[in-house]
Design a protein around this ligand. Structure first.
Ligand code: ARG
Length: 395
């Protein structure tokens, strides 16, 4: 009896070719496509898996789970790798790993497989996640093992008349989910070349006209509405993404430090994620106590690196999340974002739990700040520096 492997299947060229390739290595393949909000007809892709040689093919709906357990925690962390990349692809891999393990258990499989190459971060994210979730399950990486170039992979498919839709025409490698879109390869590999306009699908600068203000509401750090209308987080992501995208906001063009040591040029478009982070971070500035806010900014950056580097299933990520959760109770209120061509700026914020006190801040009548307190405070605050300066002059 041949052994069984559960393959993370997207319907793209590599994971399509992986099915007959694994068959040739003696594996029965269960193909699993996970819906995390990518575009296109995923069911049609799943329907092609049996003709490719899969014994079982499934579509697993995971959008709600992805938002609740991955995207919203990332938003709570204002998560940006290198201060700019909202972790689009890094967030989906641990969830896909969870689903692979569940299907492997259900179908009594001996192994799971992913379609990553040996050069990227995604292989690390899958394999570290899979090891944490199911240490005894074998992990196969057919695309890394077969050593075929993209041309050779296409030739392999053509020789066997495989039902794959990918042609030689699209030079890009694209990964998308409802938190955004990652675009790599082709002309983009020259970091000096401006990205061609036609790579963008979620953002359009040509439709940007004047400016538009949008009010985003949050309840305890979770987005809860737009312009006064109550919406679910998934709806906020969809609505805000459309508006931001129509102003060409949400593009990132980044020379990225991969975990495997390579610098690579990456393009992202994440209009909803970036606008939500802009708004959430602004509301935190209003509602978090200063020392908590400072500590959180440092933890936000560390969390982003940890997740980028594939350590979602780690005690440190859980500890960071526990800290973050404890900070969000008062992150309730509204932020007004102003979209202009390619830009987004918070231009107003309010919160019943905000810490802004106009009586303390004002320079007008009604000032409640006791100015005489300042002199003594400055004297003591500066005392260590003053003492040090005196001693240095004596030397
Ligand atoms: N460089 C990004 C990351 O490491 C994007 C990876 C995109 N993956 C892909 N298969 N195109 O998260």
């Amino acid at each position: 009896m041949s052994k069984k492997v559960v393959l993370a299947y997207s319907g793209g060229l590599d994971t399509s070719v992986a099915i007959p390739w694994l068959n040739e290595q003696g594996w029965e393949v269960v193909a699993v496509a996970v819906d995390v909000g990518q575009p296109g007809d995923l069911q049609a892709a799943v329907d092609r898996a049996a003709p490719l040689g899969a014994v079982d093919a499934r579509l697993v709906e995971a959008k709600q789970d992805y938002v609740d357990r991955y995207a919203l925690p990332a938003l709570r962390m204002n998560a940006l790798y290198q201060g700019r990349y909202p972790l689009v692809s890094a967030l989906s891999r641990p969830l896909i790993s969870e689903i692979l393990v569940a299907v492997a258990e259900e179908t009594g499989a001996d192994a799971v497989a992913h379609g990553c190459t040996g050069k990227g971060n995604d292989q690390v994210r899958f394999e570290v996640s899979l090891k944490a979730l199911a240490p005894d399950l074998e992990v196969l990486a057919p695309v890394r093992d077969w050593g075929m170039s993209r041309e050779q992979t296409i030739a392999y498919a053509e020789e066997r008349s495989l039902p794959v839709t990918t042609t030689r025409s699209s030079p890009y490698s694209i990964d998308e989910n409802l938190w955004g879109r990652s675009i790599e390869c082709g002309i983009l590999e020259d970091p000096w070349e401006s990205p061609p306009d036609d790579i963008y699908e979620l953002t359009d600068l040509k439709t940007a006209d004047g400016y538009r203000d949008v009010v985003v509401s949050f309840e305890a750090g979770v987005p809860s509405g737009i312009d006064g209308e109550a919406l679910t987080p998934i709806q906020v992501i969809a609505v805000l993404g459309k508006i931001a995208g129509s102003y060409g906001y949400g593009r990132v063009d980044l020379v990225e430090d991969r975990l495997v040591g390579i610098k690579s040029r990456e393009i992202y478009e994440a209009p909803a994620a970036l606008a939500l982070i802009d708004a959430h971070r602004d509301l935190e500035d209003l509602t978090l106590e200063r020392s908590v806010a400072r500590e959180k900014r440092a933890i936000d950056a560390k969390w982003s690196e940890l997740v980028y580097e594939g350590l979602w299933f780690s005690p440190l990520r859980e500890a960071f999340d526990a800290f973050a959760a404890s900070t969000q109770d008062y992150v309730t209120g509204e932020v007004r974002l102003r979209f202009t061509a390619g830009g987004c700026l918070p231009v107003g914020r309010r919160s019943a739990t905000g810490l802004y006190d106009r009586g303390l801040a004002t320079y007008d009548d009604g000032d409640q700040f006791d100015h005489s307190d300042a002199a003594g405070f400055i004297k003591l605050w500066g005392m260590p520096a003053t003492q040090w300066a005196k001693a240095r002059r004596r030397r």
